[in-house]
Structure formats: C-alpha cells, structure tokens
Design a protein around this ligand. Structure first.
Ligand SMILES: [Zn+2]
Ligand SMILES: [Zn+2]
Length: 688
C-alpha cells in the first residue's frame, strides 16, 4: 500500500431490513436498532421514545437496553429514564478510525512536512509486533539516499518511527515485540540491548520525539514522533529522514519543530489534546529551567510524569476546575479539558490573578452573565486575569506555537458587530450571546464563559498576548490590568506626553494607571487614595505627587500643585460615591475623565459643572483595541515594575484562602495570584 488517498472513504451503510424472515437474529437486530435510534436522537433519548421509534414494547426495549448497558454500549442519561451512547462505543469506533482514517487524515501533514523539510517523510503503524510503513513521500533533493523502506517489519527498535511508538507502549508489550522480532543489529549503531533500549525510550518520552542516528541505515538520521487518538493511545508515528551530510544541528532542529507541529495537529484532529499536554508540560519545564536556571517541576508534574512512564499515557482529558454553586460557594470539581476549535488554542493555565470583579461575581453574580442570566449553579468557572502556556492548537492556527507563553485578554468579541469591527470588542453588541440559538460566538473569560480558576482554558487567538521568557508568571497576569489602564488613556486621547494626569484610587488598575501614564510621558502625575502604603507604591511606580484624601482635600491639593488650573486627564479608579464630582473639579476646562471603576450605587453628579466646563466623560470597559499588547511592550521593556502590586501567591487548591486574602486585604494584599502548577503552600512575596 503506497498511497493512503486510494483507500475508500469510510461510508455509513444503510440500515438493513429487519425481521425474523430475514434470517437474522431478532434480538441483535433490535439492539443495533436501539443504538441507531439513540445516535439519531443526537446521543440521548428517553426509553419511551426509543421504544416508540423501534416499534417495541417498553419492557422489551428496557430488557435490551439493560444488556447494552452491561456492555457499556449504552449508559443512563441525565434526564429521568433516558439513555445515552456508552463509552464503550469509542472502543470499536477508535479501531475503525485507526484502520480507515489514519492514512487519509495524515496525508496532508505528510505532504506539508515534505514541503517544509524537503526530506523523505513516512507514516508507520504497528500491526501486531510488526512495524509497517503505510505512507511515504520521497525527498525533494536531487541527491537522495536509500532510507531502507523494505525490511522494516522487525526494525521497530532501530528506527525513529518504531521508537516513537515503542516509547509509549506498556513494558510488557515492548518485551513481547522484542521477544517476537529480536533486536537485529542493522548497523554498528543499532541498540541491541533491551536495557539500553528502555533507557533510550525513557528519553524519547521525555523529549517527545525519537531519533535514530544511523541505527537502521548507515548515512541516515531520522526523527520520529507519535500520533495519538481521542483516547490518548498511540496509533502510529511520522518520521522525517535526512542524510548525514545534510543533517546539521539547524536542519535537524527545523525538522523537529515541523514534525512536532504536524504530529500534534494530527493528534488534535484525531481528538487527542492529552497527547500534547504531557509532552509540553515536560518540555516547558525544561525550557524554563534553561532560561531561568530554576527548577520549576512541581509535585503534581512529577507524579504526572511518573504515571506517564508507567502506563504509557495518563488521563489528561480531565482537569481540576473551581465551579461556582450558590453565591460565595466554590467547589473544586473535575471538568473535561476543552478542545480548541478554529482560531482557538488550548492554554494550560500557569497563573491567575484575583480581581475585585471576581469577588463581585462570586458574591453577587453580575457583571458575569451565563446563558443570559446569573452565573450561579451553571457549572461556571470564574477567574479572568490568567496567563499560561499553549499546549494545543485548533485547526488552521499558525499564529502561535505549542509551548509559547501567553497572557490572555478577557474579551473576544463576536467579531461581526459594529463595535467589534471598530476594535471595541469589549463593547461587543453581542455581549453574552454565546449559547443556544443566539450563539454569536462572543466570549469573555470568567464573565460569559469559563474562566481561569482551572488548569486549562480554550482561548481565541485574538485574545492572546505573547509574553517574553524573562517575565515571571505573576507579572504576566498583570499585563491585562496594565492593558485596562492603557485602554483608558488611549480612549482619552492617547497623546499623554507632557499632559497632567490624576489617578484616583490606588487599586491595581489605579497603580498601573500611574505607571502607564508616566511611561507615556505624562507630567505631572498625581495619585489620590486613603492608604499611605499604597500611595508609596504609586510613588515607586512614577507618581510625582501622592495625596492622602484623609489628610487633605484632593481637589484643592491637585489644583494647587498644578498651577491652580486643574489637570488635563483624570482616571477614576476608586468607585467612591463623590468620585465623579471630585474628578470634574480636578479637571481643567476641556479636560477629560475616564471612569474605570464599577461603583456599587448610582451617584449624584453635578452635570451643570461638567457642561459649563466642556468636560468629557468616558466610560471604559476592560481592555479594547489591543491595549494589552502596548502594555506588554512597556513591561517587556521594563518601563515600570508591575510586580510591585503583586503581594501574595497561593496554589490553585487554596483558592478560597486566596480570595479571602484579596477580599479582606489580609497583610495589605493588593494583587493575589494563584498558581495552578505551584506547590500547595503559601508563598509570600511582600512588595518592598
Ligand atoms: Zn479584572
Ligand atoms: Zn461584537
């Protein structure tokens, strides 16, 4: 078999005629019919409906379903007396997909790899104990080498395709293959000792790819990687071979990158996010050890890695996530790891910061809105200021790579309304419309869709901001907060250099508002508040003057310190009842006010003063117009030190305690961060 495209496409045969006179076994006919009916109903159907469609008595139908339940082909549904297709269905389905679909699905990736590397590419599977090549593309170079297509049946131990598969088999299976096929020495480099092979396969698992350095064919180096199905099982492998004379480290690195991208994407297409997760967790830690010199592997990762070593793969299709029940009631639950669709990626969350809005949502509900209503008891996971590592790509995504660190904006607008088209996706006209018949695709993490108090989240690529390796996880969670301040200043007019700015309220947005205004060249910058320690941090972030409103009238102080005229811009981050009136009196004639806080109560406002003085008022929601990218650029250039607002770090399982620290400002907490893969202990990093 040379070309997978010649295989017949899998086609759904028509339902056969049934009945005693057809010579079939009636009970079997009826059992298959029941499976068909449940599938036709979309995967779940009531007993009475099934019996009705099948033309059976309810009791007969129930008998048949009981047998199917015993086998696991049917299971109880969520409604009373309803049934769903059982998990065992996946077993024959997967086998069917493997035999028919793999070459066809792999074809495009094989061609792409061949285009990218110009080298020979092959797809292989294990059949019993034999390694079988089922697809191959020749090298595009005039000078080709024989990579030894024939005679591979007993070469699993010596080839990259073979080792990429063997690495993930249980030890007994590996021993069975070696006992059956032996360990032929094809070249002086071939590994012929089982112990040595096992050690080599352990490294293969660790690296996520296999390499054959002239172990099968002299003069040929080959790199292979596994393909996994929806259940995480290895179903085959792809390898790329290069002659030794072309195999410079750079060329091999290019091959490796393209190969891993192809096998990851193909595995994703077969439904296997888990396959990719394990490998990138390991790779990511290695990368960070390299770049930071620190060892980041937490307990949880060590045990996951050991599990993987023992069993070949571990269950990475499920994750731990905090779920909101009644108000103020959070439970650590198990949820499926979501699968990224077109233009989406799966992010393994590394850190998430707690925001005052999270406390609002968990206690009151709004501004979160799930399925058009309050977020309680809807299996909803809050949390919106998170960052992490990309571990899987949806179809067609080439803007980001697996293993990249990103921080995530909250809002992905629908992309099709007037405001989204203007870049104002935080003001999307289809806000919260992402369910049922009104699904417009709008997403706001932790507001209208699942958020970041979890291990994994799916995100639209438009919401991602790449973060540099030098930036810590904790600092990266603050990019969105700085981005909100940046968006406010941009909307006020953007040209802040040499203009005077007051920031009222030294919460995280206010403090970073000072930092961003100063980085944009504002002069002078004022900060008002009630806590001296926070005002001090504001000074460290660049405030020229700080005013404690308990000791002085902030309006008088601002006007006095700015030549009696008031300031050009006020960024209101306090939410205090009289904040708008004070802001209007701090602003000069023609000045602009950005309202960035959510006050609890409606406020009385002196509108006449605002009109007489031609003062502009801007309501600002979130971080539109890609402001986070500009904020990240400032942070990457170290124009200000956002980590000054980060005070505490907790592990994911200690979220309730972390929330208490944020709510009650225990130990002067400002930004409290939760690390999903951290140690289960409190780490206190008091801001100096
Ligand atoms: Zn927030
Ligand atoms: Zn929109």
């Amino acid at each position: 078999m040379a070309d997978g495209s010649q295989l017949p496409r899998s086609m759904m045969p028509a339902r056969p005629q049934i009945g005693r006179d057809r010579g079939g076994i009636q009970a079997l006919d009826r059992a298959f019919l029941i499976l068909d009916i449940i599938a036709d109903a979309g995967g779940e159907a009531k007993l009475t409906e099934i019996a009705g469609v099948a033309g059976l008595h309810v009791s007969t139908c129930h008998h048949l379903i009981s047998t199917l339940c015993n086998w696991g082909y049917v299971a109880r549904g969520t409604l009373s007396r309803s049934y769903v297709l059982g998990p065992r269905i996946l077993h024959p389905s997967a086998a069917c997909l493997r035999q028919v679909d793999l070459p066809r699905r792999a074809q495009g990736y094989i061609d792409r790899l061949n285009d990218q590397t110009h080298e020979a590419v092959q797809l292989a599977i294990m059949q019993g104990t034999s390694l079988v090549n089922i697809l191959r593309r020749e090298a595009r170079h005039a000078l080709r080498v024989d990579t030894g297509l024939a005679g591979r049946m007993n070469a699993a131990h010596a080839t990259a395709t073979g080792k990429a598969i063997l690495a993930w088999l249980p030890p007994t299976e590996l021993e069975r293959i070696v006992a059956d096929k032996g360990m032929t020495a094809f070249t002086p480099n071939t590994i012929v000792d089982l112990h040595e092979l096992k050690e080599h396969l352990r490294l293969t698992r660790r690296h996520g790819y296999a390499i054959d350095r002239e172990e099968f064919q002299p003069g040929v180096i080959c790199i292979g990687a596994a393909i996994r199905d929806h259940a995480g099982a290895v179903v085959g492998s792809i390898s790329v071979s290069s002659p030794v004379f072309r195999a410079t480290p750079e060329h091999l690195e290019q091959i490796r990158i393209h190969l891993l991208a192809a096998t990851d994407e193909l595995s994703m297409e077969l439904g296997a996010p888990g396959a990719i997760l394990e490998r990138t967790i390991t790779n990511d830690h290695e990368r960070r050890r390299r770049t930071t010199g620190r060892h980041f592997l937490g307990e949880a990762d060590v045990s996951a890695y050991q599990r993987q070593d023992l069993a070949g793969f571990s269950d990475t299709r499920h994750q731990k996530a905090w779920v909101l029940g009644d108000p103020d009631q959070l439970t650590l639950a198990t949820k499926p790891v979501p699968v990224p669709r077109r233009a989406e990626v799966l992010v393994r969350i590394d850190a998430v910061a707690i925001c005052a809005t999270d406390l609002e949502i968990i206690h009151h509900g709004p501004p979160a809105m799930i399925q058009g209503g309050l977020p309680f008891n809807k299996n909803f996971t809050p949390g919106h200021e998170y960052m992490g590592t990309i571990v899987a790509l949806g179809p067609g995504v080439d803007e980001y790579k697996i293993g990249q660190r990103v921080t995530v904006e909250i809002h992905a607008g629908c992309g099709q309304c007037k405001r989204c088209r203007e870049g104002m996706y935080t003001s999307c006209h289809n806000y919260g419309l992402n369910y049922g018949d009104v699904d417009k695709g709008h997403r706001a993490n932790g507001f209208t869709t699942d958020g970041g108090f979890a291990e994994y989240a799916v995100n639209h690529i438009n919401t991602l901001v790449h973060v540099s390796d030098e930036m810590s996880d904790e600092e990266a969670t603050l990019v969105v907060t700085a981005g909100t301040a940046m968006y406010g200043l941009t909307e006020l007019g953007g040209l802040v250099a040499g203009e005077s700015v007051v920031v009222t309220g030294p919460g995280p947005i206010g403090l970073l508002g000072v930092a961003v205004a100063k980085a944009l060249g504002a002069q002078p910058v004022f900060l008002t508040g009630t806590r001296d320690n926070r005002l001090q941090i504001g000074k460290e972030l660049g405030a020229d003057h700080v005013i404690n409103v308990r000791n002085a009238d902030p309006v008088e102080e601002v006007r006095r310190l700015n030549g009696g005229k008031g300031v050009d811009y006020v960024v209101e981050c306090s939410g205090a009842p009289n904040a708008v009136n004070e802001a209007a009196r701090m602003a000069n004639r023609g000045g602009r006010i950005c309202l960035a806080a959510f006050p609890h109560e409606p406020a009385e406002v002196d509108i006449a003063h605002i009109v007489r003085n031609n003062i502009y008022l801007y309501g600002i929601r979130g971080e539109g117009k890609s402001a986070t990218h500009r904020a990240e650029a400032f942070m990457a250039q170290k124009r200000f030190d956002a980590t000054k607002v980060h005070t505490h770090t907790f592990a994911l399982q200690d979220l309730p305690e972390a929330l208490r620290y944020a709510r009650e400002r225990v130990e002067d907490a400002i930004k409290v961060v939760v690390k999903t893969h951290g140690q289960p202990v409190l780490v206190k990093d008091a801001a100096e």
